[in-house]
Write a new protein. Structure first.
Length: 324
């Protein structure tokens, strides 16, 4: 048997996995639950913020009533001081997919963290963690010499990465510098290295992509609802009992803005407005990523309806090997 036919046969025998992806606040969780209820599925989280066990309101993590009896995996699996990586998440997700298949359940990945999805579906280089002293040294250098000079220095050691980054993109510039310093290998070289996904599967991808005005309105409304449902008290209790501004969890959308309100630096209205702006900007970046770097079998740009859901269920049922 040829290598090509062996590969084709392995792919035919690989499990089906449904992926419900798209920007934040687009109703991905609701659709995933509908699919799971209809087709005996389990839901596997692919949202980096919803992996934290703390600040469940601020991360919009589903509560038991919203889960509607559907098993949910990889929600709340990180502590506030942990920074989960995409390759680490992908390995966990692969394990959940395998367990779902053994239980004759349909795995449904839901979330908007694009790097997580790429790590699972295509594979990523597992870049080692960056030591704290290197991170601090990079930040000190940036502060000392400024954005333009820092960008120029990065261009000397990693021109490929530097050429695609603006001097003002300090977060990504720092990341590229830290990786090169810590590993001796540039970020562009890591990304160019061959990578294998953690398991072979047949992915059926559904992307939620409403229009910009509808998306931004949804972002604003959801954050306002978080505040009304207790996000401020949740954050106040967390910071008072077990948290600090330096923890990775505080990169969560809205966390630093509300923390500024709690420390009397800004008014509540200003904090909410700033958090809503940050959320819209994040959603805009997600839209760009999904449009250019994610293959979708189906794009949903309208509100869910019974007719649309029935069409989605039918599409999944017609996949080869789906029994439900």
């Amino acid at each position: 048997m040829s290598a090509t036919s062996s590969t084709d046969r392995a792919l035919r025998d690989a499990p089906h996995v449904v992926v419900v992806a798209g920007p934040t606040a687009t109703g991905k969780s609701q659709l995933a639950i509908k699919i799971a209820k209809e087709l005996n599925g389990i839901i596997i989280n692919a949202d980096s913020q919803q992996r934290y066990g703390d600040l469940s309101i601020l991360s919009a993590r589903p509560v038991p009533d919203e889960m509607d009896g559907v098993p949910h995996k990889l929600f709340g699996d990180l502590g506030p001081g942990e920074s989960g990586s995409a390759p680490e998440w992908a390995e966990k997700a692969a394990g959940e997919i395998n367990r779902a298949m053994v239980a004759a359940q349909l795995p449904i990945i839901v979330g908007g963290t694009g790097l997580y999805l790429r790590a699972l579906m295509d594979g990523l280089a597992d870049i080692p963690s960056i030591p704290g002293n290197i991170r601090q040294s990079a930040e000190a250098l940036l502060e000392e010499i400024g954005q333009e000079a820092f960008h120029a220095r990065l261009k000397n050691c990693d021109p490929v990465t530097a050429d695609r980054l603006a001097p003002g993109d300090t977060r990504r510039l720092l990341r590229a510098w830290e990786v090169a310093e810590a590993t001796g290998t540039t970020l562009s070289e890591w990304h160019a290295a061959p990578a294998s996904p953690p398991l072979r599967a047949r992915y059926h991808s559904i992307m939620m992509m409403p229009g910009r005005e509808e998306l931004y309105d949804a972002c604003d409304t959801r954050f306002q609802n978080m505040v009304e449902n207790g996000a401020i008290e949740e954050l106040r209790t967390f910071l008072r009992t077990s948290g600090s501004l330096e923890m990775p969890i505080m990169k969560m959308l809205g966390a630093r803005e509300l923390a500024a309100y709690l420390s009397d630096e800004v008014t509540l209205d200003a904090a909410v407005a700033a958090a809503q702006t940050a959320t819209r900007r994040y959603a805009k970046r997600q839209v760009t990523w999904f449009r250019h770097q994610f293959h979708s079998d189906m794009i949903i740009d309208t509100k869910l309806s019974e007719i649309l859901c029935a069409q989605i269920f039918s599409n999944i049922r017609h996949l080869d090997g789906i029994e439900n």
